[in-house]
Design a protein around this ligand. Structure first.
Ligand code: ATP
Length: 253
């Protein structure tokens, strides 16, 4: 459902994403893990079509993002790390705008009512997005992602700032979408959540793919049978630090 091949993205000469390749099949939740600065957000933003890659190929539901952008994006929902809604549109107007863009106005009324209720945003439906709390803005991004019929979900730290009930609801929602055949890629630092939620994980480090697999495959690779994802993650990323000496920062402004 989602194919990423040899993706490269640099920021003025600094390779934030350095030739990574992976797939997310229909009906699986894949965790995108990695230390701060590993390149997770850059990867997700390239797949979402917000950043233009310098190299590589992204295919969504059979459509190449570079040559068939509209059809590829139609299948996609993106929940960004820091949602930045239009301050002067209300919650309901955001949902309507997304439904209009994705041609799902026929089911909009019913879905909007359900989502607003489920995510406890009904009393904020007519509030301007600029007046929402941080967690409510995150929930707004979630309900906007769920208002259309996406087949591929990209979630960048989707649980950040959301209250425990909202987190529980959203995790159940991802499992339901997975069971309905959607492909889901979730970046997170919450490794206990990733261990419970994800069918597989991809570990990025310094723009490259360090490891990929189920928990038991990663345990075998790290020779840590029975260990948690957190323990395996720490071992693999520490080992990689020892192999690859820390580079001096070349971040440009
Ligand atoms: P985190 O877990 O901290 O969110 P991440 O894995 O999502 O990190 P990215 O945000 O993709 O990492 O950043 C990857 C690298 O690219 C980092 O070194 C970051 O400083 C750099 N970077 C990201 N955006 C820019 C930018 N606009 N200009 C220059 N460098 C950038």
């Amino acid at each position: 459902m989602l194919i990423v091949e040899q993706l490269v993205k640099s920021y003025r000469g600094f390779r934030a994403v350095d030739g990574i390749s992976f797939r997310v099949e229909a009906g699986e939740i894949v965790g995108l893990l990695g230390p701060n600065g590993a390149g997770k957000t850059t990867t997700l933003r390239c797949i979402a079509g917000i950043l233009k890659p310098d190299g590589g190929r992204i295919v969504i539901g059979g459509y190449d993002l570079a040559t068939d952008e509209q059809r590829a994006k139609r299948l996609l929902a993106f929940i960004p790390e820091m949602p930045n809604p239009y301050e002067l549109l209300t919650v309901r107007e955001h949902m309507k705008l997304v439904a209009m863009c994705y041609d799902t106005m026929d089911v909009y009324e019913q879905r909007a009512a359900e989502l607003l209720k489920r995510y406890e945003l009904a009393d904020k439906a007519d509030a301007l997005a600029g007046t929402l709390s941080k967690g409510m803005k995150q929930k707004l991004a979630v309900v906007c992602a769920l208002i259309h019929d996406a087949k591929v979900f990209l979630c960048d730290e989707p649980l950040m700032g959301i209250d425990p009930k909202g987190q529980y609801l959203f995790k159940s929602e991802l499992q339901r979408l997975r069971d309905e055949g959607c492909a889901i890629l979730v970046s997170t630092h919450q490794l206990d959540t990733a261990e419970r939620l994800c069918d597989r994980v991809i570990i990025m480090h310094k723009g490259q793919l360090l490891a990929e697999g189920t928990l038991s495959e990663l345990q075998q690779r790290a020779q840590m049978e029975g260990s948690t994802l957190e323990e395996v993650f720490l071992r693999l990323t520490e080992e990689s630090e020892q192999v690859v000496p820390a580079e001096t920062s070349s971040i440009q402004r």
